[in-house]
Design a protein around this ligand. Structure first.
Ligand code: COA
Length: 325
C-alpha cells in the first residue's frame, strides 16, 4: 500500500506588503529586492491573527478537496517555527477548531523543510496501517519573528499556510519516496537565538533583539543551491528515474536566483518549476504546500504528473520527495 495526497488547500492573510512599503522601513529598494530575490510582495498576518488561524483555513480547504470529514482524521501534524505559543502545540489548537476529535496532534520543527518532514511522518503512519487519514499543515507567521530594522531578513519572509490530506491508495500513484537530511554544524546560519530555554524571554533578549530571525544569507545561498540539486538527484535516482522524467519541481520558495541556479545545474526548464515567491516571499514551512496547492488548483499539476518536492532551511535541513500525482 502507498500513501497519496488526497486533497490540498492554502491560505494567505489579506494584507499585502510590497517592496515599496519596505522602502519606508529600511534602506532598500524595490529594484534591489526584485533583482536579488525575485520577491515583489508578501502577505502579513493581521494583529492577533495567529499561526493556527492560517492553518485552519488551509486545512478546511484541503479536507473539502479530499472529501474527508475532520471527524475522520487520525492525526494532525503542523510544521511550523512560528506556532501560536510554545505550549500547547498548534496542531492541538487546530484539532479543536476543526472538530477532529479522534485525531492525535503534534507539531514538527524543521524550518523550511517542515512540510516535507511532516509528509514523511504521515506517509510512514499511513503505509504502516496505523493511521488512515493524516492532515499535514505547513503554517507560518514569519512576520512575528521578523526584525523590521534588519534589511538582510525583513525583505525575504512572509506569512501563509498550506495543507494536504494524506491517505492510503491502491492505485499506481502517490508518494513514491521521501529523503530527509540535516547538518547541525550549520545551525547558526539561520536561527532565532532567543525565546527558548537557552536565552529565555528577558529584558536582555529584547534589548539585543534576539527574538528575531538572524541569517547569514550569502553562505545560506551557496549551500541551498548544492543541497537542493543533490536532493532532487537523490529523489529521482531512488525511483530509478532521471531528471528528464520530472514534470514539475515544487521547490521551497526562498530566492529566484537559487531556483534558477538549481534548475540550470539539473538541466530542467523554468517552465517546469512552480513559483509563487514573487507574490508571497519565503513562507518557510508553508512554502511548498502553498505552491503545490496553487499549481493543483490552476490545473498545472494533473493526475499522472511526476512531481519532485525539494526544500532546504534552518537546521540546516534539506529534503526531497517524489510524487506520482
Ligand atoms: N536592500 C539593499 N541592500 C541590501 C539588502 C537590502 N534589502 N540586504 C542586504 N543588502 C546589502 C548588504 O548589506 C551588502 O552590502 P555591502 O556590500 O555594502 O556589505 C550587499 O547588499 C550584498 O549583500 P549580500 O548578502 O552579499 O547579498 P546577496 O546577493 O547574497 O543577497 C540575500 C542577499 C539574502 C537576498 C541572499 O543571500 C539570499 O537570498 N540568501 C539565501 C537566503 C535564504 O534563502 N534564506 C532562507 C533559507 S530557508
Amino acid at each position: 500500500m502507498r500513501s497519496h495526497i488526497l486533497g490540498t488547500g492554502s491560505y494567505v492573510p489579506k494584507q499585502v506588503l510590497t517592496n515599496v512599503d519596505l522602502e519606508q522601513l529600511v534602506d532598500t529598494s524595490d529594484a534591489w529586492i526584485v533583482e536579488r530575490t525575485g520577491i515583489r510582495e508578501r502577505r502579513r498576518a493581521a494583529p492577533g491573527e495567529a499561526c493556527s488561524d492560517l492553518g485552519v483555513q488551509a486545512a478546511q480547504q484541503a479536507l473539502s478537496a479530499a472529501h474527508i470529514q475532520a471527524a475522520d482524521l487520525d492525526l494532525i501534524i503542523v510544521a511550523t517555527c512560528t506556532g501560536d505559543s510554545p505550549l500547547p502545540s498548534t496542531a492541538s489548537l487546530i484539532q479543536y477548531r476543526l472538530g477532529a476529535a479522534r485525531a492525535a496532534a503534534f507539531d514538527i520543527s524543521a524550518a523550511c523543510c517542515g512540510f516535507v518532514y511532516a509528509l514523511s511522518v504521515a506517509d510512514a503512519f499511513v503505509r504502516s496501517g496505523q493511521y488512515r487519514y493524516v492532515l499535514v499543515i505547513g503554517a507560518e507567521v514569519m512576520t512575528s519573528i521578523t526584525d523590521w530594522t534588519d534589511r538582510n531578513t525583513c525583505v525575504i519572509f512572509g506569512d501563509g499556510a498550506g495543507a494536504a490530506v494524506v491517505g492510503p491508495t491502491e492505485e499506481d500513484r502517490g508518494l513514491l519516496s521521501i529523503h530527509l537530511h540535516a547538518d547541525g554544524r550549520l545551525s547558526d546560519l539561520i536561527c532565532v537565538p532567543g525565546g527558548g530555554s537557552s536565552i529565555p524571554a528577558s529584558e536582555f533578549m529584547l534589548a539585543e533583539r534576539l527574538q528575531f530571525v538572524k541569517m547569514r544569507g550569502n553562505e545560506t545561498f551557496k549551500i541551498a543551491v548544492k543541497t537542493m540539486e543533490g536532493a532532487v538527484r537523490e529523489a529521482v535516482a531512488a525511483q530509478d528515474l532521471t531528471v528528464a522524467d520530472i514534470d514539475f519541481l515544487v521547490p521551497h520558495q526562498a530566492n529566484i536566483r537559487i531556483l534558477k541556479a538549481v534548475v540550470e545545474r539539473l538541466g530542467l526548464s523554468m517552465d517546469q518549476v512552480i513559483i509563487n515567491l514573487d507574490r508571497v516571499g519565503n513562507t518557510s514551512a508553508a512554502s511548498i504546500p502553498l505552491a503545490l496547492d496553487e499549481a493543483v488548483r490552476a490545473g498545472q499539476i494533473q493526475p499522472g504528473s511526476l512531481i519532485v518536492l525539494a526544500a532546504f532551511g534552518a537546521g540546516l535541513t534539506w529534503a526531497s520527495g517524489v510524487i506520482r500525482w
